[in-house]
Design a protein around this ligand. Structure first.
Ligand code: SF4
Ligand code: MG
Length: 330
């Protein structure tokens, strides 16, 4: 993504003027083939909008999205339709994202039909294979979504996303609607499928434990902007942006001896309204390190060591933050 923006004009004008919500406001981002890249941040920071822009479920207000050398934001719809085979989405809510009047078989078959598998026998065989692959019985093809649990429905959503043989899967909070006990199963399934099908994964999440478990790299969003990008291992060991530090400080440490959060910044106050983001650094209203420069000058993402970038005027001079201990082996 280069200079990616999405500004929504809300229906209800404020003071007689149309109100513009800057949901995504100038994001540059590269995702490598075969990696799991996670986008984190509080709700309302623009993660879901960014995810939709990346595979053109939404058209951007400005900027480009280059996929295999083509700007998909500028492709004519006919060409885009062909590319949609490659780029699939797993939705957050397995309860509302599946049409309740369609059978499971019909739901998984639908994208195949749209993408040119015309032989019904072949489609049925593919559906059975996919259901088995996501851990469901092929006989379930004749049943309806309401007959299944949340975890099973998310497996159905994943089977549907895989039906076109995609190369890139974007999951918007793919496990956050599920019981904790089921989350790990669905995460493991996604990781297995990634290996098996050579997928690239982009995961939108606010749960940092999930992100830490799954990700090769992480991007942190705040109010429509990317404020930190880096390898997951580096990020979790020593977050650099004050907002990242605050996010990580909010996770309880597994080792009680380390639970002295006094020297970690904690996140206070609400996320400001994206209709009128604060000037300068958008985080300055909540940042314990903010100074006069932060209130007027907008920081840009700049290199911060190998493979890392941070948008903060002062990250080099802040006391290094201790991150979290390495995660247990998978
Ligand atoms: Fe805080 Fe200033 Fe850095 Fe923004 S630029 S995160 S306000 S120190
Ligand atoms: Mg969201």
């Amino acid at each position: 993504a280069r200079g990616l923006r999405k500004h929504f004009v809300t229906k209800r004008p404020l003071f007689g003027k149309p109100t513009i919500v800057r949901a995504v406001d100038g994001v540059d981002l590269s995702v490598r083939r075969g990696e799991t890249f996670s986008i984190v941040g509080e709700s309302g920071c623009g993660k879901s909008t960014l995810a939709r822009l990346l595979i053109r479920l939404l058209d951007p207000s400005a900027g480009s999205v280059i996929y295999e050398g083509k700007d998909i934001a500028a492709l004519p719809e006919t060409e885009m339709r062909r590319l949609r085979r490659d780029l699939q989405f797993v939705f957050q809510d397995p309860f509302s994202s599946l049409n309740p009047r369609m059978t499971i078989g019909g739901l998984v078959e639908e994208p195949m039909r749209a993408h040119g598998i015309h032989d019904p026998k072949q489609r049925r065989a593919e559906v059975a294979k996919l259901l088995r692959r996501v851990g469901l019985r092929p006989e379930y093809a004749d049943r309806y979504p309401h007959e299944f649990s949340g975890g099973q429905r998310q497996r159905i959503g994943i089977a549907r996303a895989l039906a076109t043989g995609p190369k890139l899967l974007i999951g918007d909070e793919p496990v956050s609607a599920l019981d904790v006990s089921v989350q790990a199963q669905v995460i493991n399934l996604l990781e297995d499928l990634k290996q098996e099908f050579g997928l690239t994964l982009i995961v939108i999440a606010h749960d940092l434990a999930v992100v830490r478990h799954m990700s090769d790299r992480v991007g942190v969003m705040y109010l429509g902007e990317l404020v930190e990008v880096g390898e997951a291992e580096d990020f979790f060991a020593a977050p650099l942006h004050p907002y990242s530090r605050a996010l990580l400080a909010a996770i309880p440490a597994p080792d009680p001896a380390r639970r002295h959060d006094g020297d970690r910044p904690t996140l206070t106050g609400d996320i400001p309204n994206p209709v009128a983001p604060p000037p300068g650094c958008r985080f300055h209203t909540r940042c314990p390190f903010a100074d006069a420069r932060c209130r007027t000058e907008r920081p840009v993402l700049r290199p911060a060591g190998e493979g890392r970038a941070v948008a903060c005027h002062h990250f080099e001079t802040l006391e290094p933050a201790e991150g979290l201990p390495p995660p247990p082996a998978r």
